[in-house]
Design a protein. Sequence first.
Length: 313
Amino acid sequence: MRSLRIAAAGAVVAVAAAAVVSAAAAQPAKLSGTITADGSSTVGPYTTAAAELFQKKNKGVRVTVGISGTGGGFERFCRGETDLSNASRPIKQSESQRCGSAGVKYVAFTVANDALTVVVNKQATWVTCLTTAELKRIWEPGSKVKSWRDVRPSFPDVDLKLFGPGTDSGTFDYFTEVINGKQRASRTDFSASEDDNVLVQGVAGERGGLGYFGYSYYDENTDKLKALQIVNPKTGRCVAPGEKTVWDASYKPLSRPLFIYAKKAAFARPEVRAFIGYVFNNEKAIANRADFISLTNAQLRKARRQFTQSLRG
């Protein structure tokens, strides 16, 4: 599934777009400089993997990647402190206005897909699938759910220990909107962190633990965690997170695109243009290296066209 299969009807377009990206990203003999990125802890590993591969070929370029959360990343980005902003959700209108007021123009690129994953402790043998209604009952503001038995009468009376992203996280924004019906509407009595590795350790250390974060963090910790299937509200079927179910749109409503926002002033620099071009010329390799779900063929063609258009100003 990780091999790129281009449909015959789109082959000419895809090849032409790839050629344009390759030509546009053609690099001088030596690139130099520093590229600064910050933002989503979900997207951070993807950008880090891209940076590692890019820097091997461009020794004079240094790419730094922070993980202050999508919201925290946009704050820095709109202050002009970073070149790139990693985001697990689209920029909000208020954030866009802040960028505009500061004279920061940008272009957004879709770089990968995510299956936002609900995980439990390996010892939680009683649960394999939850409905979105059950997730809402667990996470909604003012929730009184304290035990697994409160979730479903057939579950044991084991304390439910919750772990989730902090309020600067785009994952927090996305999850609360699609599960609770309103962005940032959530119970507050859970262990929160902008660092998803902290959430992994939290769930792994509690028999009754439950948390949510990007798929790549689960994929790297399958020995410590169990991913839950989620009932697709339209089909009524339990669906596991993964590449196939994201690509065929059956893992709903927790699948989503992931983004890198590039400041236009930074994009004018050859090393930044070359880095973004490298991402789309090596998208599958980067996704594989970072355990991400790669773009579909249609998404990749669109991203390459957008990159080419951005080069024209």
